[in-house]
Ligand binder design. Structure first.
Ligand code: FUB
Length: 448
């Protein structure tokens, strides 16, 4: 009886419910990625972020500033598993770029007539056609979304700025939109390499505070101009709506509030993939002390009936399904209890090593949504844990059908493989509840 109560108190409960397809945030955890432009090409999502690095020693570069040498492209067909296709454009391979400026800021990529046009800003190594040496915007062209990309020898004439965004209307007209404190737009010629109209500033957006990172998309005849804006002290994501890409626009609202961790920049793109809308953005979770080393995240985005956008709250769980047989990093949680549950870095000298979950108190719990158990039949749970006093816990895949596991004491990280009697199938939410008194730290858990 005592044992049963004990098992009950140390229950790990998987709550059964079918959920929206929801990847863990940040989605790339072995390098920094920022300024995400996501595009759907040939049924797959391609991600064109910029690439933050730690400032190399021995170079006369500002230590407190962005350091961005090149671009990678990533792709995924499920928003969970991402393939890194490697470097597609780098500062020392583009004729017009200052090859030691580390200034390859936010890019974009678009497909036209079977060619892929990759647009990127960088510091010019010479006075540009506007008589300035600052940022220009260049183009590199490929036959496939992942490259190889061949850069043009010169930046686009008549454009000085950063954060290029390309929008192609239903009538085939292409537009280049870019930023330099404010946001400007111009039509592009069919060759996608030259302006077809004079640049004009989009004046209907808030006038006070820096605006950058434009990303335009169209839904149901409405043109959405989205952009990061410093309304207060750091950037938040806002949008304006219009019935014409060139405006006039009506400022409409905020898509995402300022970063809770104080990341000064944010930068967005919005796509529809397999019927669901997604917001791609960045934060500094893999670099809590330096916000110029950022990481891309994804969360689902929803519209109201009148076409306005519901505010997106950043989550750690992100989107996409996690296979039950993969290591489930529960620290990227969907929900946690108000008390007793903490997420801590594994190694504060190497943030790329990730996080673990501490269930320190009685009834502390953590929920991780959208685990795909497939046809089910998993008989084992593997768990990487540390628990100096050891404990018994109960694994259940629903409350009635509990499986039990005994956790032996280990003051060091240990991986145990334990038989479970419970079984389930399909997409489920996992809730781990520690109702006892001993501390249990969990790095990951998986089923087999
Ligand atoms: O990544 C460098 C700059 O920070 C980008 O170009 C801006 O959009 C901001 O995210």
């Amino acid at each position: 009886m005592k044992d049963r109560k004990y098992y009950f108190l140390f229950s790990i409960v998987i709550i059964l419910s079918l959920l929206d397809v929801k990847a863990q945030n940040p989605i790339i955890q072995n390098q920094f990625t920022a300024d995400p432009t996501a595009r759907v090409f040939n049924g797959k999502v391609y991600l064109y972020p910029s690439h933050d690095i730690k400032t190399p020693e021995g170079k006369s570069l500002r230590k407190d500033w962005f350091c961005m040498p090149d671009y990678h492209v990533f792709s995924s067909d499920n928003l969970t598993d991402w393939t890194d296709h490697g470097v597609i454009v780098s500062q020392n391979k583009v004729k017009w770029v200052d090859s030691i400026s580390y200034s390859m800021w936010a890019p974009d990529c678009i497909e036209r007539n079977g060619k892929y046009y990759f647009y990127f800003p960088a510091n010019n190594n010479q006075v540009n056609p506007n008589g300035r040496k600052g940022f220009g915007i260049g183009v590199a062209i490929a036959d496939k979304p992942e490259g190889p990309y061949i850069p043009q020898d010169d930046p686009i004439k008549g454009v000085a700025g950063i954060d290029p965004n390309i929008f192609i209307g239903k009538d085939g007209q292409a537009y280049l939109i870019w930023a330099m404190g404010r946001i400007s737009i111009a039509k592009l010629k069919d060759n996608m390499l030259e302006l077809a109209s004079e640049p004009q500033e989009i004046k209907d957006l808030p006038t006070k505070g820096l605006k950058e990172g434009p990303f335009m998309f169209e839904r149901k005849g409405i043109y959405y101009m989205t952009y990061p804006h410093v309304e207060n002290t750091i950037e938040r994501l806002e949008y304006a709506m219009s019935d014409n890409p060139m405006g006039p626009y009506k400022f409409t609202g905020v898509i995402m509030d300022e970063s809770p961790t104080g990341c000064w920049t944010n930068h967005q793109s919005i796509i529809n993939f397999k019927g669901q809308w997604y917001l791609f953005y960045h934060q500094n979770d893999l670099s809590p002390k330096f916000d110029k080393n950022r990481s891309v995240c994804i969360d689902s985005l929803f519209f109201n009936a009148d076409g306005t956008i519901q505010k997106v709250k950043p989550t750690l769980r992100g989107v996409g399904l996690t296979k039950a047989t993969d290591k489930i990093q529960i620290d990227r949680y969907s929900r946690i209890s108000d008390n007793g549950t903490n997420v801590v870095y594994n190694d504060t000298l190497n943030y790329f090593d990730g996080w673990n979950t501490v269930l320190s108190g009685k009834n502390a719990w953590i929920q991780y949504n959208s685990i795909d158990f497939g046809i089910g039949n998993q008989k084992w749970v593997e768990i990487k844990y540390m628990s100096p006093k050891g404990t018994n816990i109960t694994v259940s895949q629903n409350i009635k059908n509990a499986g039990k596991i005994k956790i032996s004491a280990s003051a060091k990280w240990k991986t145990a493989r334990i038989k479970v009697s419970a079984n389930t199938s399909g997409v489920q939410n996992l809730v781990l509840t520690n109702t006892g008194n001993n501390v249990l730290e969990i790095d990951w858990i998986r089923f087999e």
